[in-house]
Write a protein that binds this ligand. Structure first.
Ligand code: SF4
Length: 318
């Protein structure tokens, strides 16, 4: 069973793809999402305000403080839309089957952080989530979630894309008729990627895989899937990347002559020092691993976690 080319399924605030669903009939098309990522993922566009029956153009909405918590209210006519929006959020959250979600920043429905809460005419605070996004995030705490503003940060963008592709491969494996050897192969292929995020989780995942031949399939798949997604949600630090790169180098170093080995060591040191992007040592390692027929290292998802053409590892880590 191959999971290598699984396409992530990603929910997205419709306006970010250019759909004319905003209050004024316009959109908020995001170039990275609509032009670059679109070729590699299957979008699930959702506009909660349209789904609760508001058309375009419509009144703008805002969150207002109340003793029961934030309420979603139209600015001019003060219609309270809290109940339809929270019901929709519960319904959508219950049936959501995606590998990630990109929300529109700052929206009182879709915002994932920093949404202003009004009290009278003033802003009481700006720490809120939209009335649709909040319950969806609470229902799916391990889902890769971002907004288009945060995705302008190169590190956050890379981390998000890496997670949705890993989640898609996992989904492709576990939704099929997998056999224990498929899980072993998946785990083995993701070893370096897991180590770059959560080295302490790798052993626990390995214990689950070791039981694959005897344990009941469904609970095992649930447990492995959960632990895998928890591991990938941890931040991959420069230090962990360096450990992984050296680990990979160790596995192919006997096949390399002294000059090529020294070259790789130097490039890894330059990455550690913040002089070159992660793409540089990774590309060199992949080139040598595959050129030397080192199948185990060359086949690691760490070396190709998503399509190269997205060029996401080209920033120098701070
Ligand atoms: S931010 Fe959300 S609710 Fe507003 S237009 Fe975009 S998708 Fe619709």
């Amino acid at each position: 069973m191959t999971t290598e080319h699984a396409r992530p399924r990603v929910a997205v605030s419709s306006c970010l793809l250019g759909c004319p669903v905003r209050y004024n009939g316009g959109h908020s098309r995001d170039r990275f999402l609509a032009a670059e990522l679109s070729g590699y993922v299957d979008w699930v566009p959702i506009c909660p305000e349209m789904e609760i029956g508001l058309g375009t153009p419509r009144e703008t909405l805002r969150l207002e403080r109340s003793p029961e918590g934030p309420r979603l209210v139209t600015r001019r006519s003060h219609a309270d839309l809290t109940t339809p929006m929270t019901s929709l959020a519960a319904e959508r959250a219950g049936s959501l089957d995606v590998d990630g979600y990109v929300f529109k920043a700052k929206s009182p429905s879709c915002g994932i952080h920093g949404v202003p809460l009004y009290s009278g005419e003033g802003v009481a605070d700006r720490r809120h989530r939209g009335l649709f996004a909040g319950p969806v995030m609470d229902a799916h705490p391990l889902l890769a979630v971002e907004d288009e503003g945060r995705l302008r940060d190169a590190g956050l963008r890379e981390a998000f894309v890496e997670r949705i592709f890993a989640a898609a491969r996992l989904r492709a494996l576990l939704s099929g008729d997998w056999r224990p050897r498929d899980l072993v192969a998946f785990h083995s292929r993701h070893k370096m990627q897991i180590l770059a995020h959560a080295p302490e989780a790798y052993r626990g995942l390995g214990r689950l895989v070791a039981a694959a031949g005897t344990a009941p399939h469904e609970p095992l798949a649930r447990e492995y899937g959960l632990a895998f997604r928890v591991a990938l949600a941890r931040k991959a630090t420069v230090g962990r990347h360096v450990n992984v790169l050296l680990h990979c180098l160790g596995m192919i170093s006997e096949r390399l002559d002294r000059a090529r080995r020294a070259d790789l060591v130097e490039v890894i040191a330059s990455y550690r020092a913040g002089e070159v992007a992660l793409s540089v040592p990774v590309a060199l390692l992949r080139h040598h691993a595959r050129g030397e027929g080192a199948a185990y290292v060359g086949g690691q998802s760490y070396l190709s976690p998503y399509p190269d053409r997205l060029r996401l590892r080209n920033h120098v880590a701070a």
